[in-house]
Design a protein around this ligand. Structure first.
Ligand code: UGA
Length: 436
């Protein structure tokens, strides 16, 4: 199948590479010439485990090409839209300008029978509007095929997704779309991947509902952490105990500094904004509470750190371990870790931050922080250590080794990633989130 992928950011670059790896002929298109130049030499413009290998192998096979010219989409039968939908400045709504621009620029290059497939996360109702636009300007039609990949596991999630969802038009158009998508995803379907074929609105909602549920799960356990903090209970044991109930499940019950990234925070906000437009604001009003609980946990880590610094925060050296919004990523969009580092710096602390992958992206956003590649140098002379992204190298840090480097053995474990008993045994004052 000849495929074009419009938008070569996180979603698009991974999708284009994975589709070529599965045997399709793919052209990846983006307006960003720098990004395209990097991809064209096999270098992803962001850190994603496994992507360089798949990208190189797909390029070597001759099945994957990149271009900045939308006219190169002509000749493909299926066109994936994978551009970003960030939060609008000054509002909670999603900014659809890139989706709209990509569709408008694509329409003149569409042939009869082509299928445009939306992958971007959009407010419910967008697909129906875009379908009209596409059908009035060409002989092509639209399907909506939300993406559920996780950063850090993006290649694996794209090649072997845990489910596929097609939002299609009724009747013949829908059947045509389903047939094309089944051909594209033949490998996953042959492996019995669950498939839901539905309408546009359901497909759009599946995506935001999934992210809203995940955000709710995290904020739920963080709310329990707040209660644990005033009662002396241990939220990690509580999560284990409720997680054994198969109806609840332990995943995404990791209490800590909360969720960040380019998806969960902006998706729950865009969902509340869209629900309000639809006159159903009250249905998802709880998501505002989910957002507030989440943001409070960042403040909690800052307060714990300030409280732990006996001689005051001003000029105290604080070693911040982690900057990315989660491990195995260099993404610092709405990162709780970076937020905590910036807040502590704002209070006058001498913040030294380290991260295995995210220093460059952090420095571009916050040049005022001190960044240090070496974990040893980050810890040296610290008055407090704050762990905010649970990279394996931080999780497995030896408290005896670290204790010999710092000035004061105080640790704030913002991800409940360390073993409190081991750290205390090595002479540290340990502060977790929602656990004694
Ligand atoms: C999320 C969803 O998990 C994907 O399914 C979805 O496709 C993606 O958004 C998207 O919409 O594109 P991602 O943003 O990569 O994926 O990150 P997650 O793994 O969901 O983690 C989100 C945040 O929650 C991270 O900051 C993580 O540290 C935090 N988290 C996660 C917790 O605080 N506790 C947990 O137990 C789990």
């Amino acid at each position: 199948m000849r495929i074009s992928v419009i938008g070569c950011g996180y979603l698009g670059a991974v999708h284009a590479s994975a589709m070529a790896e599965l045997g399709h002929e793919v052209i990846g298109i983006d307006v960003d010439a720098v990004k395209i130049a990097q991809l064209a030499i096999g270098k992803p413009p962001f850190f994603e485990p496994g992507l360089p290998e798949v990208l190189t192998s797909a390029m070597n096979s001759g099945r994957l090409r990149f271009s900045t010219d939308i006219a190169d989409a002509a000749g493909s039968q299926v066109h994936f839209i994978a551009v970003g939908t960030p939060q609008k400045l000054g509002s909670y709504s999603a900014d659809l300008r890139y989706v709209d621009a990509s569709i408008e620029s694509l329409i003149p290059h569409l042939a009869d029978g082509d299928l445009v497939v939306g992958k971007s996360t959009v407010p419910v109702g967008t697909a129906a509007r875009l379908a009209e636009l596409i059908e009035s300007g060409s002989g092509a039609s639209l399907a909506w095929n939300p993406e559920f990949l996780r950063e850090g596991f993006a290649v694996q999630d794209t090649i072997s997704p845990d489910r596929l969802v097609y939002g299609v038009a009724p009747g013949d158009k829908g059947e045509h779309a389903t047939a094309l998508l089944n051909e594209i995803y033949a490998t996953a379907l042959a492996a019995d991947t669950p498939l839901v074929i539905t309408d546009y609105a359901t497909a759009e909602l599946v995506k935001v509902a999934a992210n809203a549920f995940l955000a709710t799960k995290i904020s739920f356990i963080n709310a329990m952490a707040e209660i644990a903090e005033v009662t002396g209970a241990d939220v990690t044991q509580l999560a284990d105990a409720i997680g054994y109930d198969g109806r609840i499940g332990r995943r995404f019950l990791g209490a800590g500094v909360g969720f960040g990234g380019g998806c969960l925070p902006k998706d729950i906000r865009a969902f509340t904004a869209r629900a309000e437009e639809l006159g159903r604001g009250e249905s998802v009003a709880f998501l505002k509470e989910i957002d507030k609980i989440n943001l409070r946990r960042r403040q909690r880590v800052v307060d714990l750190t300030v409280g732990a610094l006996g001689d005051g925060v001003y000029n105290a050296k604080v070693a911040v371990l982690g900057l990315s919004f989660k491990p195995h990523s260099d993404d610092v969009r709405d990162s709780p870790a970076l937020d905590v580092a910036v807040q502590l710096r704002g209070l006058g602390a001498d913040v030294v931050a380290t991260d295995p992958q995210a220093i460059e992206n952090s420095r571009a956003r916050h040049p005022q922080l001190n960044y240090e590649e070496s974990l040893e140098e980050t810890l040296r002379g610290a008055d407090a250590v704050v762990l905010v992204t649970e990279w394996p190298e931080f999780r497995h840090l030896d408290p005896v080794w670290a204790g010999a480097l710092v000035r004061t053995k105080t640790v704030v474990d913002g991800r409940n990633a360390l073993d409190p008993a081991a750290w205390r045994a090595a002479g540290w004052t340990y502060h977790g989130l929602g656990r004694p």
